[in-house]
Design a protein around this ligand. Sequence first.
Ligand SMILES: Nc1nc2c(ncn2[C@@H]2O[C@H](COP(=O)(O)OP(=O)(O)OP(=O)(O)O)[C@@H](O)[C@H]2O)c(=O)[nH]1
Ligand SMILES: [Mg+2]
Length: 239
Amino acid sequence: MPDQQPHRHHPRPPVRPRALRLGVAGPVGTGKSSILATLCRELAGELDMAVVTNDIYTDEDARFLRSAGVLPTERIRAVETGACPHTAIRDDVSANLDAVEDLEEAYGPLDLVLVESGGDNLTATFSPALADAQLFCIDVAGGDVARKGGPGITGADLLIVNKTDLAPHVGVDVDAMVADARSARDGLPVLALSRHDPASIAELADWVRSVLARRRNGTHVPTDPGPMAPHSHAHHHDS
Ligand SMILES: Nc1nc2c(ncn2[C@@H]2O[C@H](COP(=O)(O)OP(=O)(O)OP(=O)(O)O)[C@@H](O)[C@H]2O)c(=O)[nH]1
Ligand SMILES: [Mg+2]
């Protein structure tokens, strides 16, 4: 007699989930591309990776990363966003999703796709439709931004206070800046980072590994830091 058991008890073959999409956002020049390069250097030996960059008019970030030699060049794609880089990671993410999906199709299955936001003076954050997790990068030279807050600072999965090696030169107390950042984040993690500090780089790599592990065991929930504050600037858009 055929087995009448409901099929729900049949074990499914393991499905490798699509890559973790990790967004890296933050103000211009705070070290986003350098963080991507660092993560590729640290993790490409153990994870299958690819990179998408967003630049306003050029593919400069992609070219920087290709020339850094941290990943095969064809795994680094540039999305040119036009005048409105925050739109491309927040309101209409289709060009970025296309780039991520193209990379997964061409080189997948991948473990990790890093997406760098366009350089923007505004504190843009990634839509959860594009990024499963996001880190927000500020640097010690940028003034009192940790205290001023904004959705990336308060709500990103990880806040990086970057270039701590420069702190003595710009008269900044890193511990105080990290404490300000922590008090704005309701328990979310803050990492003081410098590319000259291997221990901080190891911590960053471990954080990425832990998000990947949580995503694989189903305990990572993508969260939306929220939209950026209403703003106006030289070009028009609807949001
Ligand atoms: N001293 C120091 N400089 C750093 C560090 N990380 C990055 N930089 C420098 O900061 C500058 C900007 O770094 P990028 O990685 O290009 O910054 P970005 O955020 O990608 O810049 P945009 O994409 O133009 O917004 C470069 O001159 C880097 O060499 C760091 O840990 N310490
Ligand atoms: Mg960059």
